[in-house]
Ligand binder design. Structure first.
Ligand SMILES: Nc1ncnc2c1ncn2[C@@H]1O[C@H](COP(=O)(O)OP(=O)(O)O)[C@@H](O)[C@H]1O
Ligand SMILES: [Ca+2]
Length: 499
């Protein structure tokens, strides 16, 4: 054996197997460390923001949403961080003074600037969606509605956000986006669990949206979505003029017409079972007929004396008259010849459905108890009601008997809920801190935050990652043992050789 070969035998590090094993171990450790770094990288807490203005018939609300920047396609990640109620009435009330509509948004938009970090302002989208109040104004006076929209557009463009448009949304959109909101917030969209139907009651329109069990017989009422890899076939309908403020006008106009026919006193006395005994309020006839929801009627007097007598069952009889259920060209209808499949599944009822039922403390009773309680409430003298609720606005306070009865009649006689499925309706305002309503769904849709297919998440699922790491560690450990054994064997051989 020459000298060089002898050195090789003596020094086991010069054996190819050992060199190979060592390189393998080092490589293994590098791979393991790299994977754990990528997998467990602390996620930077960066948020993105979006602003939606809900320009309703009665008022405008500004909603600010926030979501983690890197998780925008995951369900349930967007949450509402702030709301601001614009002072005054809805933008459609500025028909005679369109500039006022834009100006009215100022305070809330300044607040939005303070709530959202300045470095995000320029990439924060702002959307304004106007609902039934503006739909009615457009029917009455299209130029005025365009001027109001131009005014809010001009105002919103003066802020440092990314202005994305101000438009009147359709009743179908209002219903469908309300449905998306409640199901997104309940995280129903990427699971095989059932979805929640959506019931929205506004001042000028009301929407019903759900997944029916039967075929949808009218094209206008059907909407299809593909969200997170699931197909949804929705029934939706929006009844313009059947929000609670317009319904009150409809109902009052019918009472006024009969009172007018029966008496010629001036002012005309309109006796109303939907208002408390002792309630007496002077209204102008114009304030009842100032809407395209009704045909003008020739009334001899300009003023009425609106007198309450608080009788719940007579109130319900009078409200039934605003629903036309005499004709239906489909297998089933709700009212006014509108197709509606049987209600199916659980429902979330929000907006004025909640405000009214919550005030009346009627959010969790059976239908029979709800009727009994409402009957008692309606017959309570107005004087007592004012004493009991000194902090509630008198306009709201005077109308809760009517509104509660309207809600019951709409749900039971209009949408065909029964005492059996009454408790499938949850009256709710918020879900996990965010308001139920169309605004969140609208933003999610316009920012493409709900993908059609389920998004990929981590490099590998958590379970797979853990299994992989355990096996890889064991594998490297075995290699290490083998290397040790081999090292010892070679050293011994070398020592023997020397001896
Ligand atoms: N605290 C409350 N009590 C009773 N009603 C309320 C309360 N807050 C809001 N509302 C009513 O909720 C309705 C909201 O409707 P809105 O969204 O403005 O109209 P629309 O959706 O038809 O365009 C209005 O009738 C308003 O009077
Ligand atoms: Ca609304």
């Amino acid at each position: 054996m020459d000298e060089q070969e002898e050195v090789k035998v003596k020094n086991p590090w010069h054996r190819p197997v050992l060199i190979f094993l060592t390189v393998f171990i080092i490589l293994g450790i590098v791979i393991m460390v790299s994977i754990s770094v990528v997998q467990n990288k602390p996620l930077p807490k960066k948020y993105k923001y979006g602003i939606v203005l809900d320009a309703g018939s009665s008022h405008t609300s500004v909603f600010i949403y926030e979501w983690p920047a890197e998780k925008e396609n995951n369900t349930g990640m967007v949450r509402q961080i702030h709301t601001c109620n614009v002072k005054g009435k809805g933008i459609s009330s500025y028909n005679a003074n369109p500039d006022g509509a834009g100006k009215s948004l100022q305070e809330c938009m300044v607040e939005a600037k303070q709530k959202i970090p300045a470095y995000r302002h320029s990439e924060t989208p702002v959307y304004l969606g106007a609902t039934a109040g503006m739909r009615l104004l457009k029917m009455e006076d299209e130029t005025a509605s365009e001027k109001v929209l131009a005014s809010v557009e001009h105002s919103l463009k003066t802020y440092p956000f990314s202005y994305q448009g101000a438009r009147i949304i359709s009743g179908q959109e209002e219903g469908a986006f309300g449905w998306i909101t409640v199901n997104y917030l309940n995280q129903n969209l990427n699971k095989p669990t059932g979805t929640l139907g959506a019931l929205d009651l506004g001042g000028a329109s009301t929407q019903i949206t759900f997944i029916p069990q039967q075929e949808i017989e009218s094209g206008d009422n059907s909407i299809d979505f593909r969200l997170y890899g699931n197909d949804y076939h929705l029934y939706t309908h929006s009844f313009l003029c059947y929000g609670k403020d317009q319904a009150l006008k409809l109902s009052l106009s019918k009472k006024l017409v009969s009172a007018h026919a029966a008496s010629k006193t001036d002012p005309i006395e309109v006796r109303d079972p939907c208002f408390h005994p002792g309630y007496n309020f002077t209204r102008t006839v114009q304030s009842i007929f100032d809407t395209p929801c009704m045909k003008a009627v020739n009334i001899s007097s300009g003023i009425i004396s609106h007198v309450g007598f608080g009788d719940w069952s007579q109130c319900q009889q009078s409200i039934r008259k605003v629903f036309n259920t005499s004709r239906c060209a489909y297998s089933k209808c709700s009212f006014n010849e509108v197709f509606q499949p049987s209600v199916y599944g659980k429902f979330g009822a929000f907006s004025a459905f909640f405000f009214v039922m919550d005030f009346l403390n009627l959010t969790s009773d059976s239908l029979a108890i709800t009727k009994q309680k409402l009957e008692k409430y309606c017959s309570t003298p107005w004087k007592k009601i004012v004493e009991n609720y000194p902090l509630v606005k008198e306009k709201y306070l005077s109308e809760y008997c009517f509104s509660g009865t309207y809600i019951l009649t709409l749900l039971e006689d209009g949408y065909n809920f029964t005492s059996e499925n009454w408790q499938d309706i949850s009256f709710l305002k918020k879900i996990k801190g965010s308001d139920a309503g169309w605004t969140l769904g609208y933003m999610l849709n316009l920012t493409n935050m709900i993908p059609a297919e389920a998004p990929d998440t981590r490099l590998m699922p958590y379970g797979g990652y853990v299994t992989f790491m355990i096996f890889f560690t064991l594998f490297i450990f075995v290699l290490f043992l083998l290397a040790c054994l081999y090292f010892r064997q070679s050293t011994r051989k070398a020592q023997k050789g020397i001896i």
